[in-house]
Write a protein that binds this ligand. Structure first.
Ligand SMILES: C[S@@+](CC[C@H](N)C(=O)[O-])C[C@H]1O[C@@H](n2cnc3c(N)ncnc32)[C@H](O)[C@@H]1O
Length: 212
């Protein structure tokens, strides 16, 4: 079975079993992956890069291609099945094998990473619009704590997803979506340095890049 087909099957099964945290029906497409990895090829020296919620490794594939020779990569993922798949790819797939010695798979929530860890670049695939406002605030606090001063955070969301969902939602859901919007504005307004529009994705997505 091809890797593509296998990973789509794994992802679909996790979407059905763990909808809330998986948050998408399919792995990200390659345009979204490339946009999320936009800043991996920038910069020099030994950098520490964290990918949050790598799933089956769709975005990781774009990251590993551009990893510098001294860069270190951490993948933080809470889903058992995705962790198993990532370890398998690191052990057996050319581009992943090449960086395996410099890559750690951390099987846990990003919020629980210890305070001492500091990264130059954080790339997040988390489905923030699925979470409670308190969860989103905790996750954004974790990003701020984990980023080195001057570091970059890249994350995505589906274009206009909150207004679209709000149209068909009751008051409690509308309030949740407004709360998430406000939490995200708190980092986008002061820190966003670049926004990519990814039309060839299902659904189309924005990738936000923030320097914090
Ligand atoms: C929308 S999927 C994205 C998967 C992959 N990056 C892609 O683009 O195909 C979200 C991923 O985040 C993981 N996840 C959700 N909450 C998490 C958390 N608090 N810490 C770490 N990973 C989390 C899920 O298990 C899932 O793999």
């Amino acid at each position: 079975m091809s890797t593509w087909f296998h990973d789509h099957r794994v992802f679909w099964r996790q979407f059905r079993q763990q909808f809330h945290t998986t948050g998408a029906v399919l792995p990200s497409g390659r345009f979204l992956g490339r946009a999320l990895a936009r800043y991996v090829g920038h910069g020099t020296g030994a950098r520490r890069i964290l990918e949050v919620g790598p799933g089956t490794g769709a975005v990781t594939a774009s990251i590993v291609k551009q990893l510098g020779p001294k860069d270190q990569l951490d993948l933080v993922e809470l889903n058992d099945e995705f962790v198993r798949r990532l370890r398998e790819r690191l052990a057996s797939e050319g581009a992943f094998q090449r960086v395996a010695k410099r890559t750690r798979v951390l099987h846990q929530k990003v919020e629980d990473l210890p305070p001492g860890e500091l990264y130059d670049l954080i790339i997040s695939g988390l489905p923030l619009n699925n979470f409670t406002v308190a969860d989103v605030e905790r996750i954004l606090e974790a990003f701020a704590r984990l980023l080195r001063p001057g570091g970059t955070l890249s994350f995505f969301e589906y274009i206009a997803i909150r207004p679209a969902r709000a149209l068909v939602s009751g008051p409690a859901e509308k309030a949740r979506l407004r709360g998430i919007g406000a939490a995200l504005e708190g980092i986008l307004k002061p820190y966003e340095i670049q926004r990519d529009w990814i039309w060839p994705n299902v659904p189309p997505a924005w990738v936000h890049h923030c320097r914090i």
